[in-house]
Design a protein around this ligand. Sequence first.
Ligand code: AMP
Length: 128
Amino acid sequence: MSSVFSKIISGDISCYKVAEDEYNLAFLDINPLKEGHTLVIPKKNIDYIFDLDNDSYMSLWFFAKKTADNIYKKIKCKRVAIVVLGLEVPHAHIHLIPIESEKDLDFNKERLSFSDFDFKNTLSLISK
Ligand code: AMP
């Protein structure tokens, strides 16, 4: 069964696209922990990140680095944190989250409720 992220890659479901290259895609998390919370995914349909072949794995992390560098320049934060969970969506992905403290990484707390206008505003800052 195809995941919601494969449907984003195929264009069947829309996303707030931050950046894209031949092999990877970055888009805003729809239930963000912080403004600028971004997901970076490979276009290959792989569930578990450590099942990626080496080239795809390296490409994903290099793409995540470029995306995080850009987020860090545009969104006020101490660090852009990296988290890999994959418990909800069975398609490999890296969370990039602009944080001020480790409290910002509590995945159990209530997520921010952003409007379409808010997401587009964030995109205007960080999309490439
Ligand atoms: P996890 O699989 O536990 O790493 O979490 C998956 C993340 O994907 C969650 O933070 C969700 O808010 C996010 N998410 C789920 N569906 C979408 C979507 N259609 N667009 C953007 N983010 C999504």
